[in-house]
Design a binder for this molecule. Sequence first.
Ligand code: DAK
Length: 258
Amino acid sequence: MGFVTYKQDGFVGVITIDRPKALNALNEEVLKDLESVIDGIDLKETRAVVLTGAGEKSFVAGADIGAMSKMTKEEGRVFGKFGNDIFLKLEALPIPTIAAVNGFALGGGNELAMSCDIRICSENAVFGQPEVGLGITPGFGGTQRLVRAIGTGKAKEMIYTGSNIKAEEAYRIGLVNAVYPQGDLMAAAMKLANKIASNAPIAVQNCKRAITEGYLSDMGHAAEVEEKWFGDCFETEDQQEGMAAFLEKRKVEGFKNR
Ligand code: DAK
């Protein structure tokens, strides 16, 4: 893929947005390549995905402003839907996704990171939704996902002011789970991904489904969702092996994703 690379490292897939000359900004080609990479992930062999940006300066500096600058209302709407559909596809991947934010995550970049399950970042990371300064609203989910990630008050402040925040502030408000020196970020992301991948894959995926389907609904429905995905784990080989290993006081002999 021209602007997005994919590398399989054991059970972990690594997606890299690779357009460093424009700080990995998202134009139509980058988005198309990202969609192809997501569609191509082998979900039998891959148990977690790490998403990052090429270089040491930027994760993704947003949607491509040059490309957007001449859009008509209709083209803007189509572009917004195009990006939103791809971000929704990423969010809906059955396996866990980790954004390793290695620099600027602005506008569509922050929105892309928020489409992942977990975010960690480097010390030089900068987050923001600067769209109002460009005369537009966040268009790839920012008005919706930021509120869910950090709450209405802080999200509204970031979106209305368009001000950026640094890594430590992102950590303080819960937008990222951890901050690392730039040189340690990918190793930390891979360690986290491999830890996830070492657990029973069907159980991990059912956790993701239960959380996604349940967390915005009332507790009654949410409990039903949890029961459904909990029950679904039983009679899998991995459930039987995991429990047998505990009872026999031995280590699991590697989960099979069955
Ligand atoms: N788009 C296009 N090119 C970009 C870019 C971007 N978002 N960000 C950076 N670049 C390019 C710069 O133009 C420059 O290119 P050359 O001049 O070298 O050709 C190169 O990357 C290096 O950038 P700088 O020279 O500016 O580097 P600095 O270190 O000085 O500054 C910066 C880094 C990240 C602070 C600065 O580049 C910057 O402010 N970039 C723009 C950040 C931004 O505003 N991002 C949000 C974009 S708006 C919607 C769908 C989606 C969206 C909205 C609506 N619908 C249709 C509903 C999403 C919108 C956004 O994401």
